[in-house]
Design a protein around this ligand. Structure first.
Ligand code: UD1
Ligand code: PEP
Length: 427
């Protein structure tokens, strides 16, 4: 298995292109199930999760055509065509590798009147149940049965009537599934306390481009007027606010000066706010942001929350940055119950972090030291890379399959700005 070897200490300077957002792409791709016409997505990141999702789409008889895209380019253009669905079953073997596979449930049910999807199970960052996905679909009229680890959902009479659902907890995935189910329902549906992450706005924009009728886009109350059919569309995936935030942390920890080309300051306002509190200078323009670390990093307190709050997907990377800040920072993780798996690994690199339940106390230190570390999940992996870039000596990060789920050609992008990082085969 490959590993990353990082020799820390280089100041990052230059430009990093930001890719299309993984978490948007993973909800835009299943929209192709909603129509028999082609749906073309531009700026799709080249990631293991996207390949996995495409594989799942072919399982349903969807044709997947990758156009152009030179190997040296970031992103690519892919057309999905679900002229006729040959299966409505998402098997365990494909779903277990990628939680986001549950996002085929809503659109498949809307298009085919039935869907059978393996339960995704837990993962390193927490239990991650799907009860809200199922409750929202039931509120729209679906009949749901759980058997042998599978969810079987049926729309009586072949089409959901639509309905209302008030989310007791904000859920990105459940909002996405409910939206994709409601757009083809017979009647009007309402969602209250829906997630309003930028990726949900991206999803709504594609659905509208396909002919859906949605009111309240960007707010937590959505009204969806079901239509009889949707048509194809061509759509550009939004830029990845978490990838951009991660590279901002990487630049900042090295005292660097980096432009993140294509980053959307609007979508990552909470991360920018946190970085400014840490003493990082950020200039925004319509094509990207510039990140500069002019002096010592300052401690700050951070609490993750649904959008527009601080994204839980940024917690680990900001924590790595705060390991080198002057003073003590207190972080609170409110979204997932087990998202501090990077803490013992960062401590092995000389960080001073203590956790108590959902709170982490980070005492800043002058020196981090290179070490052999093990990545446990996607953002935890990135936090170790960030620490490694500022550490004295060599850091080796293993289990790169986590990083490859969510960072398009990470080492190439970091090399562009002067990092000493390489991917090597394990011996
Ligand atoms: C592919 C994708 O877009 N993944 C993102 C998505 O995950 P995902 O959509 O899985 O996360 P959710 O927003 O659903 O989870 C938020 C909270 O709701 C809980 N919950 C969720 C669903 C449910 O049916 N029941 C329930 O209790 C979860 O356990 C968690 O505590 O949003 C998360 C929160 O911003 C991000 O960290 C993930 O990167
Ligand atoms: C947790 C994440 O992704 P997923 O929901 O795909 O596991 C993430 O992107 O940080």
């Amino acid at each position: 298995m490959d590993k990353l070897v990082i020799r820390g200490g280089n100041r990052l300077v230059g430009t990093i292109p930001i890719s299309g957002a993984k978490n948007a792409a993973l909800t835009l791709i299943p929209c192709a199930l909603l129509t028999d016409e082609p749906v073309t997505l531009r700026n799709l990141p080249r990631l293991a999760d996207i390949d996995g999702f495409q594989h799942l789409m072919t399982q349903f008889g969807v044709s997947v055509a990758i156009q152009g895209g030179r190997p040296e380019d970031f992103g690519r253009v892919v057309t999905y065509e679900a002229t006729r669905l040959t299966s409505t079953v998402a098997p365990y073997d494909l779903v277990r590798k990628m939680r986001a596979s549950i996002l085929v449930l809503g659109p498949m049910l809307a298009r085919a009147g039935e869907a059978t999807v393996s339960m995704p199970g837990g993962c390193a960052i927490g239990n991650r149940p799907i009860d809200l996905h199922l409750k929202a679909l039931e509120a729209f009229g679906a009949e749901i049965e759980l058997a042998q680890g599978y969810v079987k959902a049926v729309a009586p009479g072949g089409r959901l009537p639509g309905g209302e659902f008030d989310f007791p907890v904000v859920s990105v995935g459940a909002t996405e599934n409910a939206l994709m189910a409601a757009v083809l329902a017979k009647g009007t549906s309402k969602l209250f306390n829906a997630a309003r992450e930028p990726e949900i706005v991206d999803l709504c924009n594609l659905l509208v481009a396909m002919g859906a009728e949605i009111e309240g886009i960007g707010t937590s109350d959505l009204v969806i007027h079901g239509v009889d059919r949707l048509h194809g569309a061509t759509y550009r995936v939004m830029s990845d606010r978490i990838e951009a935030g991660s590279y901002a942390c990487a630049a900042a920890i090295t005292g660097g000066d980096v432009r993140l080309e294509g980053a959307s300051a609007h979508d990552m306002a909470s991360t920018i706010h946190a970085l400014r509190n840490i003493g990082i200078e950020i200039d925004e323009d319509k094509n990207g942001i510039n990140v500069r670390a002019p002096g010592p990093l300052k401690a700050t307190n951070l609490t993750t929350a649904p959008y527009p709050g601080l994204a839980t997907d940024m917690q680990a990377q900001l924590m790595a940055l705060l390991c080198k800040a002057e003073g003590t920072s207190v972080l609170k993780e409110t979204i997932f119950e087990n998202r501090y798996m990077h803490v013992p690994e960062l401590n092995r690199m000389g960080a001073n972090i203590e956790t108590e339940g959902r709170t982490a106390i980070v005492k800043g230190t002058d020196v981090l030291t290179g070490a052999e570390v093990m990545a446990t999940d996607l953002r935890a992996s990135m936090s170790l890379v960030i620490a490694g870039l500022a550490a004295e000596g060599e850091t080796t990060v293993r289990r790169l399959y986590h990083l490859d789920r969510g960072y398009e050609r990470l080492e190439e992008k970091l090399q562009l700005v002067g990092a000493d990082i390489e991917r090597v085969g394990d011996d």
